[in-house]
Design a protein. Structure first.
Length: 133
């Protein structure tokens, strides 16, 4: 691959995913600001980071599939499965941030169970996506 081809490929990748990752730092900063207002900056950062991951997942779902030659490759599999991972991680971080503030006695077992359920759903999704593609 020549240098010109590599530059063109990087530009196409940046164009497809350029705005998808802006939600993570924006979520962190917004969460920190809100957390400082309510005297819980660490929880605010975690909730903001979780919302940033969910925003990234939603943006990646709406990213158009690049099929220049009509043949799928490994990057297509990554593009299909990664929004689910971002979403699960976002939900976990939001629950963790809320749990730090409230910390009811029965919260941690429920959070662990919810995380395991979401992780199982993600594994099923990846398995079906691999079987179809």
């Amino acid at each position: 691959m020549t240098g010109e081809e590599r530059t063109e490929r990087c530009e196409k990748h940046r164009h497809r995913h350029g705005g998808a990752y802006m939600f993570i730092p924006a979520g962190i900063l917004i969460g920190l600001g809100v957390g400082l207002l309510v005297s819980h900056p660490a929880s605010g950062v975690l909730v903001g980071l979780g919302l940033g991951f969910i925003g990234t997942a939603l943006a990646r779902v709406k990213t158009p599939q690049a099929s220049e030659n009509g043949v799928g490759n490994q990057n297509d599999y990554y593009r299909r499965s990664s929004p689910v991972l971002f979403g699960v991680l976002g939900i976990f971080l939001i629950c963790l941030g809320i749990g730090i503030v409230w910390v009811p006695a029965g919260f941690w077992p429920v959070m662990a169970a919810a995380f395991l359920i979401l992780l199982g759903v993600w594994i099923l999704y990846r398995g079906f996506a691999a079987a179809q593609g």
